[in-house]
Design a binder for this molecule. Structure first.
Ligand code: GTP
Ligand code: MG
Length: 197
């Protein structure tokens, strides 16, 4: 699957602009700057496919990428960015909620958590929404290159216990570093299992 090209399809700022497609979809969600766009680039081996930045709030639309005609990948704008204008937060929240609740082909949400910070209140809010909408989500810890091995073990244990109350959470937590290419095989395998044969 991942040896085939992945191409940008469209960016949606409104519900009406979402692609009308029957292909299974996986979306990447998480707080601003957690590494969503970087992970998509690392997974697909395409630098610059999804735009990344040091400045939180880089991704402002729902960006869709088609992988080998078998899986749609959605890169979401991040949440929890303190300096974001209130109007934008409101628009984002309503778009994301409608997308997450009413997307028939959405197979799983990859919910990215910065391994240095762990799960925050606004992550729990999104998870609760996914629980209520019965949308399966899987936690991906990012930037593990920033931690020592013992710290990774600790954040993994804490994250697992934080997830117990979320009924829609997938039991396997993935550990990744887009920068060092760690955990890519595991994320790819999880995605391949959701793609068209
Ligand atoms: P928004 O679109 O603003 O929500 O951000 P995002 O979640 O798409 O994050 P993005 O991929 O743009 O990355 C944010 C910053 O984190 C960039 O400076 C990346 O270089 C850095 N980054 C991403 N992944 C890693 C990683 O695995 N390790 C390290 N050390 N830095 C990373
Ligand atoms: Mg981004």
């Amino acid at each position: 699957l991942f040896s085939r090209p992945c191409t940008f399809m469209l960016g949606a700022a409104k519900l009406e602009q979402l692609p009308d497609s029957a292909v299974p979809e996986v979306c990447f969600a998480g707080r601003s700057n957690v590494g969503k766009s970087s992970l998509i680039n690392a997974l697909t081996g395409t630098q610059g496919l999804a735009r990344t930045s040091n400045t939180p709030g880089r991704t402002q639309e729902l960006n869709f990428f088609m992988l080998a005609d078998r899986l749609l990948i959605c890169d979401m704008p991040g949440y929890g960015y303190a300096e974001a204008p209130k109007e934008r937060v409101k628009r984002w929240t309503s778009l994301v909620k409608s997308y997450l609740r009413g997307r028939p082909n959405l197979r799983r949400v990859m919910l990215l958590i910065d391994s240095r910070h762990g799960i925050k209140d606004n992550d729990h809010d999104i998870m609760t929404m996914l629980d209520e909408a019965a949308v399966n989500f899987q936690v991906v810890l990012t930037k593990i290159d920033k931690l020592k091995a013992a710290e990774v073990d600790a954040v993994l244990a804490r994250t697992a216990s934080d997830l117990v109350k979320h009924v829609a959470s997938h039991p396997e937590i993935l550990l990744t570093s887009s920068e060092k290419g760690k955990g890519m095989a595991e994320v790819r395998a999880a995605m391949a299992a959701l793609a068209l044969p």
